[in-house]
Design a protein around this ligand. Sequence first.
Ligand code: UT7
Length: 319
Amino acid sequence: MSFRILGTGSALPARSVTNDDLSEFLDTSDEWIFPRTGIKSRRICTTESLDELSVEASRAALEAAGVTPDQLDLIICSTTSGDHLIPAEACAIAELLGASCPAFDVSAACAGFIFALDVADGYFARGRAERVLVVAAEKMSRLVDWEDRATCVLFGDGAAAAVLGAGGLNPLAMSLTTDPSVEILHVPGVGGTSPYDQTERPASVLAMEGRRVFKFGVSTICTSVTELAREAGVAVEDIDHFVFHQANERILSSAVARLGIDDAKVTRSLAETGNISSACVPLALDRLVRAGKITPGQLVALVGFGAGLDTGACLLRWE
Ligand code: UT7
């Protein structure tokens, strides 16, 4: 048994931080950031918790789906930046929604939403679930080093969700890959207070080799799209919408040129949100859906990539 997407939702913090705002305390400028990344501003949490954003996105998705929290059989949250290390962010979402189904997190960085879709697909295949809430929620502002201009300007906060229902055609194709390389993009875990610990305790902030991630991003989008089309038995030109991870406009435009696809089919949301890690793909999808741009029968390709180096790709027939 496969699934279909019954409804989507998203939520962003209220505070928009522009490139000019950043230049007030960092040696940076809109002239540097915008042409290199396509980012003009990002939303950053001030008073909002990630729990609150996650629940707002989840409620919007549930409402769009016509599903109530007590009808959920499973909640999966993709996050690397939750409000709690323990319990899972998904447990906080369940509590705030008033749901009593099993709830757990997946951690696959920017590819996490698609990894979570694949896990959910397994529950449908085994007949263990009728309705699953998949959330991707990230508070990247707590992971970045706000003194590192090479990274903190790229990221933002936000959450997005999808309610999946059993039955339907999806996914037409699914691919998860890991090209293991921890150092390229990582955030060390919390140090703790163990009196026995003699290991080094680097600061728990994001470190990244930007150029290597850039090259990986372009090549993994191209390989993933080609592979999805092959697996589903369709031509790349038949795909109606491409929802790629929103890391850098130049990654998107390089991939578009290399694949030879119509640029108008590629969704963009990063100008006003920056990179929200795993929330990027479902947030961009939610915007497409709410703008009424996806019609039944259309093919939608999702590709998320990032730390790991993980890539998740999925081809959906919209129902
Ligand atoms: O979810 C995946 C997450 N990561 C990504 O997608 C990142 C992918 N990579 C990128 O998007 C690009 O590599 C960046 C936008 C991060 C960097 O662009 P770049 O053209 O590769 O710049 P660079 O790191 O090579 O830095 C060039 C110069 C350096 O100065 P010098 O050494 O040439 O004097 C940097 O210090 O730009 C400087 N620089 C900045 N200047 C002003 C780096 N960041 C900034 C900044 N403002 N924010």
